[in-house]
Ligand binder design. Structure first.
Ligand SMILES: *Cc1c(COP(=O)(O)O)cnc(C)c1O
Length: 331
C-alpha cells in the first residue's frame, strides 16, 4: 500500500513505542497485554489525532488555507492537537466546543485541553450540547470566507477518509513492529469515537491481510450505530486507497458496554482503569476515551474473553491532558 502518494506533513514522533505491560498482565492473570503508545505522538502531550492531522493539514496547505476550523467537546483532545498543529504551521485556528457533559466544574471548563487550546493561540466559541456542530462549522466557515479568510474545515475528530489514512499507516507500523520482533498478535483493541481510528486501522489491517481481529470500545454511540459509522468510513477510506470492498461488515466490531451515562462521564470502572494503569504501569489514561477502552479490556480479561496464552495489543490513543479537567472526580 503506497501511502506516500498522499500529501502529508510530518510532525508526529513515529514509530510510537510498542511495550509489554508486565505488571498489568500479571495482576489480571490472563493474556499478555502490550501497549502501542500513540499517547506519545509528541505534539502538545500527544494523542491519536496527530496521525490524522498529518494528512489533513497537508491537504489544507495544498488548498492554500490560511486558517483551519474544527469542532469537539469542551475537553476535546482533537481540538487541542489541531490548535498545536496549526500553530506549528503558522495557520490560524478557530475551535467550536460543544458542552456535551453539562459540567459546571471550573477545571472541566477552563483547565486541561481548554488551557492548552488557549496557549496555542486558538480562538474558541462554545455551544450547548446537542447542537448540530457540523452545520455550525459550515456557517462559521462561510462568515470567515466572506471576510476573505481561506478556511479549511476539519470534521470532528479529524474523521474522514483523509484523516483515517493516519491510522491505515498505524496498522502498517504496528504490523512491522510485530514482524520485526516475532510477536504473534491475537487481538488489537482501541477506543472508538468519531470512528477514524478504528476505520483506518481496519482498512490497513485488511489491505495487508494481517489476519488480526480488531475490537473498538465505544465511548458514546450504541454498538450497532458505532459499527455502522466505522464501516461506512472504512468503505470510503478503502475507496480512497484504491482497494474498494476490502473491509467487510463483519470485520467491524465494537463493544459499547462501558460507556455508562454518556460521553465524557466516567463510570467507576473507568476510574479503576485509570488508576490501574497509573499505578501498575506508570501510564496515564484519560477519563473519556482510553479509560473506558481500558475498562473494557480489563473486563474482557477478567471474564476470560481474552485469556492466558493470547497476546493482546491495546492502542493507547492518548488524552491525558483531560485528566486536569476531571480532578474533582478522580480524587
Ligand atoms: C478522539 C479520541 C479517540 C477516538 O478516536 P476516533 O478516531 O475519534 O474514534 C480515542 N482516544 C482519545 C484520547 C481521543 O482523543
Amino acid at each position: 500500500m503506497h501511502l506516500a502518494r498522499f500529501p502529508r506533513r510530518f510532525v508526529a514522533h513515529l514509530p510510537t513505542p510498542l511495550e509489554r505491560m508486565d505488571r498489568l498482565s500479571e495482576v489480571l492473570g490472563g493474556p499478555e497485554i502490550w501497549i502501542k503508545r500513540d499517547d506519545c505522538t509528541g505534539l502538545s502531550t500527544g494523542g491519536n489525532k496527530t496521525r490524522k492531522l498529518e494528512f489533513l493539514m497537508a491537504e489544507a496547505l495544498e488548498q492554500g488555507a490560511d486558517m483551519v476550523i474544527t469542532q469537539g467537546a469542551t475537553q476535546s483532545n482533537h481540538a487541542r492537537q489541531t490548535a498545536a498543529f496549526a500553530a506549528r504551521l503558522g495557520l490560524g485556528c478557530h475551535l467550536l466546543l460543544e458542552d456535551r457533559t453539562g459540567s459546571n466544574d471550573p477545571n472541566y471548563n477552563g483547565n486541561g485541553n481548554v488551557l492548552l487550546d488557549y496557549l496555542h493561540g486558538a480562538t474558541t466559541e462554545k455551544h450547548p450540547g446537542g447542537t448540530d456542530m457540523a452545520a455550525e462549522m459550515e456557517a462559521v466557515a462561510e462568515t470567515l470566507r466572506a471576510k476573505g479568510r481561506k478556511v479549511y474545515v476539519i470534521p470532528g475528530g479529524g474523521s474522514n477518509p483523509v484523516g483515517a489514512l493516519g491510522y491505515v499507516n498505524c496498522a502498517y507500523e504496528l504490523l512491522g513492529q510485530c514482524n520485526d520482533r516475532g510477536l504473534r498478535i491475537d487481538h488489537i483493541v482501541t477506543a472508538t469515537g468519531s470512528a477514524g481510528t478504528q476505520a483506518g486501522l481496519i482498512t490497513g489491517l485488511k489491505a495487508i491481510n494481517a489476519g488480526i481481529p480488531l475490537l473498538g470500545f465505544g465511548v458514546r454511540a450504541p454498538k450497532e450505530k458505532q459499527e455502522e459509522n466505522v464501516f461506512a468510513l472504512a468503505a470510503r477510506t478503502a475507496d480512497l486507497l484504491g482497494c474498494s470492498g476490502v473491509v467487510g461488515r463483519a470485520d467491524v466490531v465494537a463493544d459499547s458496554s462501558y460507556v455508562g451515562a454518556g460521553y465524557g462521564i466516567p463510570r467507576e470502572d473507568t476510574l479503576e482503569a485509570v488508576r490501574m494503569f497509573a499505578q501498575l504501569e506508570g501510564i496515564l489514561l484519560d477519563p473519556v476515551y482510553s479509560g473506558k477502552a481500558a475498562a473494557g479490556l480489563i473486563d474482557w480479561c477478567r471474564k476470560g474473553r481474552f485469556k492466558k496464552g493470547q497476546r493482546i495489543v491495546f492502542i493507547h490513543t492518548g488524552g491525558s491532558a483531560a485528566l486536569f479537567g476531571y480532578d474533582g472526580i478522580l480524587r
